[in-house]
Design a protein around this ligand. Sequence first.
Ligand code: GDP
Ligand code: MG
Length: 319
Amino acid sequence: MKGKCKIPECPAPDAACHLGNDDFTQCENFIPEIDEKKVKKVKIVDTNKSSIGWSGEAFTTDELEIVSYRTSPFLIGIVGKAAAGKTSFLGMLYTLLLSGKKFKEFNFVGSKTTLGWDDLYHRLKFKAGNVTFPQPTPVNSNKLYHFALRNNEQHLKDILFADASGEVFSLWAINRNDESAENARWIYSNSNSFMLFIDCDALSKDKNSAKKEVLLIARQLTHDLKNRPVIAVWSKADIKDKVLPKIKDTLKEELENLFTNYVEIDISNFLEPGPDELVHKNNLTAVDMILERMIVSSHLDLAINRIDSKDLFLNYTGK
Ligand SMILES: Nc1nc2c(ncn2[C@@H]2O[C@H](COP(=O)(O)OP(=O)(O)O)[C@@H](O)[C@H]2O)c(=O)[nH]1
Ligand SMILES: [Mg+2]
């Protein structure tokens, strides 16, 4: 038989087996030569190609089923004009979780969009006294960022944050059928809750016109809101004290009139001059607030309305 031994110094099969086996073909180190013609062709599998159904990048809107097959995900629509701080907020959120910070009721247990989150994290760079921000979100972009969370009872909840460019919300606020506002319409019809971003920088500089822009978006949010929760997020709150008190107070009043159970929170990405609370605590608390309200409203959706009838069978409650 042709072949060769694994041990380089063994002369088999030309001479006796180095380990003393009479029949070198029985030695575990002997490799018989395989007749090429008899070998079945084995399909070569491309090991570089991933067999998992997602890439780790932020999802597009048609990739929702990657998580919706296992739970009904909660979609949080991040709403606000361009440059309101929406994308930086997401970058900050991930930065805080990476540094070990936690949500109140939920533990972070994974993400199917880690590359998307990483991208936001790397583009939001902190140096002493200086923060570098991500590039503005492209006009036609509508990305979904995923977190898998578990509560104390170990229930899994998939959360998605929808981040589109702010321009589409400004168009949608004026005309909800604007043909260029498709991304805003998608976020509005699919989200379970909304974070309405109020840009303190714009309010301090553009005063009433910035206030009107927030209100236009807020009014559009109410048109088919049903019981979906909205929280107001005053972004760039490190400079909130530069906003005229009259603008701040009247805007708050009008928002309180628009939304039942109005709640608001101040956030920032700057440690100075504001207190740490705006950065380290409030960015996470904003998510805690929206999660809490979404869970309550999803229970309301499931609650069966009491049937008011004279019919004995319809009124039967099993007691
Ligand atoms: N003062 C201040 N400026 C911020 C803060 N966060 C973001 N910005 C500025 O706002 C710009 C727009 O932020 P971005 O997150 O891209 O806004 P988006 O268009 O709503 O996604 C950034 O490039 C920063 O210059 C903040 O916490 N404080
Ligand atoms: Mg953006």
